[in-house]
Design a protein around this ligand. Structure first.
Ligand SMILES: *Cc1c(COP(=O)(O)O)cnc(C)c1O
Length: 297
């Protein structure tokens, strides 16, 4: 049985998420077919990979008798928002441990999380770096009592299993699947869910994201006992770093919105899409390649 279905809830999720073709003369010129896996449409408050990563964790938390989730993130974290919404919809109290100092008034992301019932607490940056060590977690348990711990970005082995379900929803044949990379959990899962001869390309949204390959390897090994060799990460499309952008990137995104009626999330998805079009223009894909781009949020 699907563990996601054991949770009491009234939310309706659009799953499988829609698959929509993009017709674009630049892709035609390269002989490429591109389909968007619209995970952003799964649920307005639980979009994309955040839902896939939470699903089995929520089931595990319920199974283990937890009524509280605790997780970590930056002040603009999509994961914090999604964890707060999931707590609200699935009946968990939520605690958000935020990097850095409190700034009032709260920014829209944190205000939203509080509106969904999340309690916030803050860790200075050096303690935050040690957030997954027993010392920090024990002290959080002393302050907050018993909780189910979701790591930063929600990326653990249950998140990987949730993301591995994505490719199995796709009934079109394809050769390559692309996603943005923040912590690597989504790429680790998607690559693990592929069939033979299919491969995954991740696009780092972070500058200096070279450590992410080790993260993907670690997450796959932790989940499956081995790492697959069907994926790679592109490091050259971060646009200056996390949550940063360049004039070229914003121009690409506004042109894409005009042509295709879709506003791409600037932090992750626009960078991946720019990367796909750039690789296509550089003949990185053989003519006839069928590509899926995951719109993660
Ligand atoms: C969180 C997020 C990602 C990053 O996913 P990871 O599993 O952390 O690599 C990508 N895209 C969007 C829209 C996100 O919100």
């Amino acid at each position: 049985m699907d563990p996601g279905q054991q949770l009491p809830t009234t939310v309706t999720l659009q799953l499988p998420s829609p698959l929509l073709e993009v017709r674009d003369d630049r892709l035609d010129a390269a002989g490429i077919r591109l389909l968007l896996k619209r995970d952003d449409l799964i649920h307005p408050e639980l979009p994309g990979n955040k839902w896939r990563k939470l699903k089995h964790n929520l089931a595990a938390a319920a199974e283990q008798g937890h009524d509280t989730l605790l997780t970590f993130g930056g002040a603009y974290s999509n994961h914090i928002r999604a964890a707060a919404a999931a707590g609200h919809h699935f009946g968990f109290a939520t605690i958000g441990v935020i990097r850095g100092e409190e700034h009032l008034p709260l920014n829209p992301s944190l205000a939203y999380a509080v509106g969904r019932g999340m309690q916030l607490t803050y860790l200075d940056r050096s303690t935050y770096r040690a957030k997954h060590t027993p010392a920090v977690i024990d002290s959080l348990r002393r302050d907050w009592g018993r909780f189910y711990l979701l790591p930063e970005g929600g990326s653990n082995h249950l998140a990987v299993r949730g993301c591995a379900e994505l490719p199995t929803e796709i009934d079109e044949t394809f050769d390559v699947i692309c996603c943005a990379v923040g912590t690597g959990g989504t790429l680790a899962g998607i690559a693990a869910g592929l069939g033979p001869h299919q491969r995954a390309i991740g696009f780092s949204a972070l500058k200096g994201g070279e450590f992410l390959a080790d993260e993907v390897t670690r997450l796959q090994t932790r989940t499956y006992g081995r790492c697959s060799d069907n994926w790679r990460i592109e490091y050259g499309y971060h646009g200056g770093g996390y949550a940063k952008t360049t004039p070229q990137l914003t121009e690409f995104a506004s042109d894409f919105a005009e042509r295709h009626g879709l506003r791409l999330d600037p932090i992750y998805v626009a960078k991946m899409m720019f990367g796909i079009f750039d690789l296509a223009a550089r003949d990185n894909f053989a003519p006839g390649t069928r590509i899926i781009a995951v719109v993660t949020g």
